[in-house]
Design a binder for this molecule. Structure first.
Ligand code: NAD
Length: 348
């Protein structure tokens, strides 16, 4: 198969972890008889430095055409003085999500046995944890009108029923392939958008009689995630609650350096990226852990190209690297970024 995708390394550690992932993808292509065809494009601060917009037209055109995007991370202090859509994150990530209609963001939480000791919770609270957060990504407060007037500042939070329905369907569809439970998280005791969220989720649930549905308020959920994480299967939530809860969930996994994410549209269009940012504090030092980026590449193979065996091979090699401590310093290992990439590439 011709694995043609758009590769956007971005800023900070993005290009470092990206190179490691490309090395692993090359090894997979050789082993399984595929051709790797990455289209390398600028995004974020790297694009700004080259005199372009944060999301250059050529980069967007490639994303639209290939429908499969592997992204490092964008942003950093160098561009923090910029305002609004001139900033790397606001000017590239949000428009990519919106213009490609990537409304379903999926992040897993399944602590690796080798990392349980690194997490701040007790072993008995982490063993058996295996949930996925299905976060709505193109609506809500991040995309509403923002501004300042004589009253102060405002950010509008708007959700249509259709927006809620389509993400709820994605959540229930996913639950059906797993342990058949959806936990919908909202703030329906206070917010009108949350009341519509809950009504719509209850309505969608009627089409999935075999899936158990539970509702939790977001403030309580922050607590339940630490005290009974084993109870969750698919956590379905809106944009901002999902942003916050997924960072909390990353703590259960021992490190954010091992968590990939997928942002999906209808059909096969998808963007795959680690959940961490551009880590400017360690950029250029070979310290960045590339596993989340390598796992994001595995997800791209599985979800955009249907290459399940190849994705499984990468995930097994990552689990073995963790078992054998072939890792970067953040996980207690001694390897640098590229050496981890080489180890995984040699072991797929
Ligand atoms: P961050 O995730 O970049 O870093 C947080 C901490 O985790 C830092 O100490 C960093 O060194 C460490 N870290 C992160 N990834 C690591 C890895 N792979 N290996 C080892 N250590 C790692 O978050 P931040 O510091 O809040 O943000 C830095 C920049 O990244 C900001 O400009 C922010 O806007 C941007 N950001 C971008 C994205 C994205 O592109 N999707 C996401 C989050 C933050």
């Amino acid at each position: 198969m011709n694995i043609n995708f758009t590769y956007l390394p971005g800023d900070g550690i993005g290009p470092e972890v990206g190179e490691a992932a490309i090395e692993v993808l090359n090894a997979v292509a050789v082993k399984f008889g595929h051709t790797l065809e990455p289209e390398h494009h600028l995004v974020g601060g790297a694009a700004i430095d080259a005199g372009e917009k944060p999301l250059p037209d050529a980069s967007f055109e490639s994303c639209q055409r290939t429908g499969a995007i592997l992204l490092g991370a964008v942003g950093g202090p160098k561009w923090d003085h910029l305002k609004g859509e001139d900033r790397p994150e606001l000017g590239s990530l949000l428009p990519l999500r919106k213009r490609l209609n990537l409304y379903a963001n999926i992040r897993p939480c399944k602590p690796y046995p080798a990392l349980i000791e690194r997490a701040p919770l007790k072993r008995e609270r982490l063993e058996g944890v295996d949930f996925v957060v299905m976060r709505e990504l193109t609506g809500g407060i991040y995309f509403g009108q923002k501004g300042r007037d004589t009253r102060g500042a405002f950010d509008e939070c708007l959700y249509s029923e259709a927006e809620i329905r389509r993400i709820a369907i994605k959540g229930f569809d996913l639950a059906q392939t797993r342990r058949k439970k959806v936990t919908s998280v909202d703030k329906s005791n206070v917010l009108e958008t949350s009341r519509l969220w809950r009504e719509t989720v209850i309505d969608v649930a009627k089409d999935y009689p075999e899936v158990e549905l539970e509702h939790l308020l977001v403030d309580a959920m922050t607590m339940h995630m630490l005290t009974r994480a084993q109870d969750f299967d698919v956590i379905l939530t809106e944009n901002m609650f999902g942003d916050i809860l997924t960072d909390e969930a990353s703590v259960l996994c021992g490190s954010m350096g091992v968590i990939p994410s997928a942002s999906l549209s209808d059909g096969k269009t998808g963007m795959f990226e680690p959940i961490h940012g551009s880590a400017p504090d360690i950029a250029g030092q070979g310290k960045a852990n590339p596993l989340a980026m390598i796992l994001s590449a595995a997800w791209m193979l599985r979800l955009s190209f249907g290459l399940k065996v190849e994705a499984d091979a990468i995930e097994t090699a990552v689990a073995n690297a963790l078992e054998q401590n072939q890792t970067t310093g953040d996980l207690g290992g001694k390897l640098n970024t590229s050496a981890v990439g080489e180890w995984i590439a040699a072991n797929v």
